[in-house]
Design a binder for this molecule. Structure first.
Ligand SMILES: NC(=O)c1ccc[n+]([C@@H]2O[C@H](COP(=O)([O-])OP(=O)(O)OC[C@H]3O[C@@H](n4cnc5c(N)ncnc54)[C@H](O)[C@@H]3O)[C@@H](O)[C@H]2O)c1
Length: 277
């Protein structure tokens, strides 16, 4: 793990790769997001993070895809560039403070601003508590909760200087319902909610909002791997009678980042088809 941290640190410091320098002005009218704004999305290399990045890029927002998996962010940055915005791909370990600071320095050097942060990167290491090893507990807390803390702390200083910012933390329905086999994951995602509400109170006077999007079960590689029966059992728990899509989550994130949401802070937006009300 130490070796991996050093490698990713080095990669973020030395080869923050700028995929696009396309400065074309984008005539964006849809969600009233001012052109030239810049978003960092962690865990942007695949799944929900990838969809959030492409949604923001389609609205004219410059995007930084940050992920421990460099191949994924290179790919999504190229796709974002194709939508006419500037895009940057960075290999970052969000659980490592130096790696996170190197990411924010690289973004600040290139764009001179961070308007939006989406703390999306997350991992699971499921096990019943009696069988859980300490490493599985700590790894999930380090990435999901400490990662959101480190990224928020590193960008909030820039946002305070500009007197503008939006942070959205991706939690989970499990944070409020609990789930057997996920004490570590649920604790990390519930921690994000308390973190969000406290930070929202600290930074609201500076025109910075901090909110949570809490997805239910979303159709991703993880749920694709479930068997037919397991998927049917899952869907039976959801009043909307379907799994969510990454687009459902991205739309909620886009709303909370938009100018229309400027008076919404410290809130949890549940995106779960009615599974938890
Ligand atoms: N898929 C669901 O059903 C679901 C439901 C509720 C909440 N969520 C949450 O939504 C977020 C995205 O989920 P997903 O399904 O797209 O997951 P995913 O596993 O497809 O993507 C997560 C991304 O995070 C990256 N990542 C992992 N550790 C990292 C680290 N230390 N530093 C930087 N990047 C790291 C991974 O490389 C990956 O690209 C997660 O926080 C997850 O907990 C997902």
């Amino acid at each position: 793990m130490l070796q991996l941290n050093l490698l990713t640190k080095l990669a973020a410091q030395l080869s923050g790769e700028i995929v696009s320098r396309n400065r074309k002005k984008f005539d964006f009218k849809g969600n009233n997001m001012t052109e030239d704004r810049t978003a960092i999305v962690t865990g942007g290399g695949q799944g929900i993070g990838r969809t959030i990045i492409l949604d923001l890029a389609s609205k004219g927002v410059n995007v930084v895809a940050a992920d421990i998996n460099l191949d994924g962010v290179n790919q999504v940055s190229s796709e974002a560039e194709g939508l006419g915005v500037r895009a940057m791909a960075l290999q970052v370990d969000i659980s490592d403070a130096e790696s996170v600071q190197a990411m924010v320095n690289a973004v600040s050097d290139e764009f001179d601003r961070v308007d939006y942060l989406v703390n999306n990167a997350g991992i699971t290491r499921d096990s019943l508590l009696v069988r859980m090893d300490d490493e599985a507990w700590q790894a999930v807390i380090d990435v999901n909760l400490t990662g959101a803390y480190l990224c928020s702390k590193a960008v909030v200083r820039l946002m305070m200087k500009k007197r503008f910012g939006r942070i959205v933390n991706i939690s989970s329905v499990v944070a409020v319902m609990g789930n057997a086999g996920q004490t570590n994951y649920a604790a990390s995602k519930a921690g994000m909610i308390g973190f969000t509400k406290s930070l929202a109170r600290e930074v609201a006077p500076r025109n910075i909002t901090v909110n949570v999007v809490a997805p239910g079960f979303i159709q991703t590689a993880m749920t694709d791997a479930l068997g037919e029966k397991a998927r049917e059992d899952l869907v039976a728990l959801i009043p909307s009678q379907r799994l969510g899509t990454p687009e459902d989550v991205a739309a909620s994130v886009g709303f909370l980042l938009s100018d229309e949401a400027s008076y919404i802070t410290g809130q949890v937006l549940h995106v779960n088809g009615g599974m938890y009300m």
